[in-house]
Design a protein around this ligand. Structure first.
Ligand code: F6R
Length: 607
C-alpha cells in the first residue's frame, strides 16, 4: 500500500528520498513522486509507473535538504501522473503526501470550488493541500491542524511549505508513521525499512498525533495541540534483513530463512526439558486468559489461515471454545462479545485496516485483546492489551511465508501455555514442546529437497485451475497453498476441506487436473486416501504431501512430496513448506513478478 518518506537535515534530500522509496516498493504501488523544498519554491517530480521512471526524471544532485516522497497505490483516481503524490495547492507553496482515504473529500471539493479553488487531480489528497493553504498564516503546523479538523477518514500525511523550508509536518490517524532520529537530521516514514539505512532510532507516532520536524528538533502534540512525549526506540531489524542477500526474490529468501526465523521465534520461549512455555507478553494477563469463556481469533488472508490452525490448537490444548473470524466480517457484524471473550488479532504487518478495526470494535465491547504480530511498534501491537511478537524479522515479499509459520508457532506456544494452566497434562505438554523444538530442523530438511517442488510446478504449469485438499489441521494449509499459488502466479486455485469436494467442486475435476492433497500420517489418513481415490477416478492428477516413509501413497499419487514426521497438530508448520515452493516456482516459470504481484499490496491499510 502507499508509502511515505520525508527528510529534513543537512544532506541533499533527493538520494535519501529515492532510497527510502525503493525500500517501500515492496508494499505495492502504481506511481511515485518527490517534492523538494527551498525558500519560495517547491519542485515536484512525479510519474505513474515504477520508481525507476520517476528516478530518471529526478535531479539527483539537487541541493535541497528538505523533501518528501511517496509511493501511491491508487484509491481516489486512476494511477496517472497527475494523481501521483505529492500534491500542491493552487499557489504551489504547500505539498502533501498522504496514505489513507478521506471520507468527506467530495463535500470539501465542492466547498473549495464554491470559493473558486479548483483541484487538478481526482485525489482526496489535493483537497487537503488546498485546505492547508487556505488556513496558512505563517505557521505550517497550525494550518495543518486546522485543515485536519475539517477532514474525516484515515490518514498518515507529511507536509512541506515553501515559506518554511526547514520544516516537515507529519500527522497520523489510522495509518502508520514514525520519525527516524539521526545526527542533525530527521526522517519521517510509514515503515521502518525506509529509514533503516540512516538510523535505527525511531519514535513511533500514535494515532491522533502530529509532529513538527526540523533537522535538530521534533515537537509532538495531539491533533488538539496537547504536547506529547514519546520514547525513542531501537528498530530490531538489520539492513541485511531488508536486502536480497543473493536471492533472486524476497519470497524465496523468506521461504529459505524459515528454519532460522522459527528458531528466533521459539528461542527462550519453550523448554523441551519440562515442556514449559514462557511468554513474557502474556504474564500480566494469564489469570484472565485462563478464565476466558471464549477465544475469537481474527485476521485476513494468510493470517486468517494461521488463525484457523490456531483455532484447532486452542480447542485441542486449552479446551475452551474458539472461533476464527475474518476481521472484515467481524468488524461489521453485531458479534456477541463480552468481558469473558478474548479476541486475538493475527497480523504480520500490524497495520491491516480490517484487523485493526475488528480489534477496536472488540475492545469497545469489553473483550481482552491480544496481538500475534510481527511488526513491533505497529498499530495493532499498540492497540492490543497484550500479545506475543513473531520475531522473524521484516517480511518484504508480498506473499506471506515466514510470517505464516511463525504465526502458527506462536499460536501453538500460546495453546500449550494456557493448556498447561487448564487441562493439558505435563507429559502431553512435554511431547508437544519436544515436537515443536524439532520443527526448525525439519523445515530445513524439507527445504533441502526444494527441487522436487520445482519439478511439480514445471509439469503442471499449463493448467489454469488447481485444487488443494486437506483435512483437520491440514485444511487451513490447503487454503494457504491455494492462496499462495493464485496470488503470485495468477493461476486459479481453490482450497477445500477434502470432504467438501463431493458436495460440488468434484464437478471441476477433469483429466490431468492438478489436485494437491495433504495426506500426512494421523487420524485423517484413511479418509484422505478415499478422497485421493475419488480424484483419481475422475482423471485428476494427485500431488500428495505425505509423511516420510509412506510408500503406500506413492502407489496412489502421481507425485509425492515428503515431509518429516511430527505430531498432527504441528503438521501445518511442515506441510505448508512444499506448497510455498510450488507457488514460488510456478510464478517464476510463468514469468510473474513474484515480489510485486499485480494489484496486491504488502500491507492493506485501507478497507
Ligand atoms: C498473502 C498475504 C495476505 C496477508 C493479509 C494480512 O500472502 O500476505 O493475505 O496475510 O493481507 O496481512 P497482515 O498479516 O499484515 O495483517
Amino acid at each position: 500500500m502507499c508509502g511515505i518518506i520525508g527528510y529534513v537535515g543537512r544532506r541533499p534530500a533527493t538520494p535519501i528520498l529515492i532510497e527510502g522509496l525503493r525500500r517501500l516498493e515492496y508494499r505495492g504501488y502504481d506511481s511515485t513522486g518527490i517534492a523538494l523544498v527551498k525558500r519560495g519554491n517547491i519542485a515536484v517530480t512525479k510519474s505513474a509507473g515504477r520508481l525507476s521512471v520517476m528516478e530518471q526524471m529526478a535531479d539527483m544532485k539537487a541541493p535541497q535538504t528538505t523533501g518528501i516522497g511517496h509511493t501511491r497505490w491508487a484509491t481516489h483516481g486512476a494511477p496517472t501522473d497527475v494523481n501521483a503524490h505529492p500534491h500542491l495547492d493552487s499557489t504551489g507553496r504547500i505539498a502533501v503526501i498522504h496514505n489513507g482515504q478521506f471520507d468527506n473529500d467530495r463535500a470539501l471539493r465542492t466547498y473549495l470550488e464554491r470559493q473558486g479553488i479548483k483541484c487538478k487531480s481526482e485525489t482526496d489528497t489535493e483537497v487537503l493541500a488546498q485546505l492547508i493553504n487556505k488556513f496558512y498564516q505563517g505557521d505550517l503546523e497550525q494550518a495543518v491542524r486546522q485543515a485536519l479538523s475539517e477532514v474525516s477518514g484515515a490518514y498518515a500525511i507529511a507536509v512541506v511549505c515553501s515559506e518554511e523550508p526547514d520544516v516537515v509536518v507529519a500527522a497520523r490517524k489510522g495509518g502508520p508513521l514514525l520519525i527516524g532520529v539521526g545526527k542533525g537530521e530527521h526522517l519521517v516514514a510509514s515503515d521502518p525499512a525506509a529509514v533503516l539505512a540512516h538510523t535505527s532510532q525511531v519514535v513511533y507516532m500514535s494515532d491522533g498525533e502530529m509532529a513538527r520536524i526540523t533537522s535538530d528538533h521534533v515537537s509532538m502534540t495531539t491533533l488538539d495541540a496537547i504536547p506529547v512525549t514519546r520514547e525513542v526506540e531501537e528498530v530490531e531489524w538489520s539492513l541485511d534483513e531488508i536486502e536480497l542477500g543473493g536471492y533472486e526474490h524476497f519470497m524465496l529468501k523468506e521461504i529459505m530463512e524459515q528454519p532460522g526465523a522459527l528458531e528466533n521465534c521459539l528461542r527462550g520461549r519453550i523448554h523441551a526439558k519440562d515442556g514449559s512455555v514462557h511468554l513474557g507478553g502474556l504474564v500480566d494477563c494469564t489469570r484472565e486468559l485462563t478464565r476466558a469463556k471464549r477465544f475469537i481469533l481474527t485476521g485476513c488472508g494468510t493470517a486468517w489461515h494461521a488463525a484457523l490452525v490456531g483455532e484447532y490448537l486452542f480447542e485441542e490444548l486449552i479446551r475452551t471454545p474458539t472461533e476464527t473470524e475474518y476481521a472484515s466480517e467481524l468488524r461489521y457484524r453485531n458479534p456477541v462479545i463480552d468481558d469473558g471473550t478474548v479476541v486475538i488479532a493475527v497480523s504480520q504487518s500490524g497495520e491491516t485496516a480490517d484487523t485493526l478495526a475488528a480489534l477496536v470494535e472488540a475492545k469497545s465491547r469489553g473483550a481482552l485483546t491480544l496481538g500475534v504480530v510481527n511488526a513491533v511498534g505497529s498499530s495493532i501491537a499498540r492497540e492490543t492489551d497484550a500479545g506475543v511478537f513473531l520475531h522473524v524479522g521484516p517480511e518484504i515479499g508480498v506473499a506471506s511465508t515466514k510470517a505464516f509459520t511463525a504465526q502458527v508457532a506462536v499460536l501453538a506456544m500460546m495453546a500449550c501455555y494456557l493448556g498447561r494452566r487448564k487441562h493439558l497434562s505435563p507429559s502431553s505438554a512435554m511431547q508437544f514442546i519436544a515436537s515443536l523444538a524439532r520443527i526448525p530442523q525439519q523445515v530445513s530438511e524439507i527445504l533441502g529437497n526444494a527441487d522436487e517442488a520445482r519439478a511439480v510446478a514445471q509439469k503442471y504449469i499449463e493448467f489454469e485451475n488447481w485444487l488443494y485438499l486437506g483435512r483437520g489441521y491440514n485444511y487451513p494449509v490447503a487454503l494457504e497453498g491455494a492462496l499462495k499459488l493464485k496470488e503470485i502466479s495468477y493461476i486459479h486455485a481453490e482450497g477445500l476441506p477434502a470432504a467438501e469436494m463431493k458436495h460440488g467442486p468434484i464437478a471441476l475435476i477433469h483429466e490431468g487436473m492438478p489436485v494437491v492433497v495433504i495426506a500426512t500420517a494421523g487420524t485423517q489418513y484413511d479418509r484422505i486416501l478415499n478422497n485421493i481415490a475419488q480424484v483419481r477416478a475422475r482423471g485428476g492428477s494427485v500431488i500428495a504431501i505425505a509423511t516420510e516413509g509412506d510408500r503406500e501413497i506413492a502407489r496412489m499419487a502421481e507425485h509425492v512430496l515428503y515431509v518429516p514426521d511430527t505430531i498432527e497438530s504441528l503438521q501445518p508448520l511442515l506441510t505448508v513448506i512444499p506448497l510455498q515452493l510450488i507457488a514460488y516456482h510456478a510464478a517464476v516459470l510463468r514469468g510473474c513478478n513474484v515480489d510485486k504481484p499485480r494489484n496486491l499490496a504488502k500491507s492493506v491499510t485501507v478497507e
